[in-house]
Design a protein around this ligand. Structure first.
Ligand code: 2DT
Length: 210
């Protein structure tokens, strides 16, 4: 039976080493000869993405609802491309996805269900890996950066919402990884989760939250 590519989302808190881990995973898939395409959300290169970038760098102000919808629109504008790649047998790895969308906006106080609504029916990842790190460990790693959400209290609240989101998925679809450990140990855990899916998946791409 024909297989399609696997859709893998990597979510994580600030200072979790997400960027490095995504690059390591991509290199590993490449070296195994598995076709892979990386997406990063927000994709700051599109017209919508430029508005998001300006907001995150505090160069513009937007109502919390409005920026939430822009983040979602930024995913929808790339959803068809993701689906096409999956159908062609390419593994798609997303650095952040709709779960960040919900977690960050709900952490600011918007209702969880309202946050989820615009992303309903997006292509659903076959596997989401959540790189978890305690605020204490993040502080040890040198604290947070300069962008809008890179504050300890915000990160605590985001972490709490991620826990709620995670509780709705089964253990095969959502895996929380302790990212406070050494880089190699985290990468090994990620590969253990991804490897079984890397040769393709039988069956259609699922829809998120339907
Ligand atoms: P990076 O630091 O990974 O570039 O993320 N965010 C992200 C949201 O608030 N909503 C979303 O839908 C997404 C994808 C998380 C930039 C920041 O944007 C936040 C951190």
């Amino acid at each position: 039976m024909a297989t399609r590519g696997a859709f893998i989302a990597i979510e994580g808190l600030d200072r979790s080493g997400k960027t490095t881990q995504v690059a390591t995973l991509q290199a590993r898939l490449d070296s195994e000869g598995i076709p892979v395409k990386l997406f990063k959300f927000p994709d700051r290169g599109t017209a919508v993405g430029k508005m998001i970038d300006s907001y995150l760098r505090s160069q513009s102000e937007l109502d919390d609802h409005a920026i939430h919808l822009l983040f979602s629109a930024n995913r929808w504008e790339l959803a068809a491309a993701i689906e096409q790649l999956l159908a062609q047998g390419t593994t798609v790895v997303c650095d952040r996805y709709a779960f960040s969308g919900v977690a960050f906006s709900a952490a600011k106080g918007l209702p969880l269900e309202w946050c989820r609504a615009p992303d309903v029916a997006l292509p659903a990842p076959d596997l989401t890996l959540f790189l978890d790190i305690t605020p204490e460990k993040a502080r040890e790693r040198g604290g947070y950066g300069e962008e809008r959400y890179e504050k300890e209290e915000m990160q605590r609240q985001v972490r709490d919402v991620f826990r709620v989101i995670a509780s709705e998925f089964d253990d095969a679809t959502w895996v929380t990884i302790d990212a406070g450990r050494k880089q190699d140990a985290v990468a090994a855990d990620i590969w253990d989760c991804v490897h079984p899916l890397a040769n393709g998946i039988v069956g259609p791409v699922q829809r998120l939250w339907v």
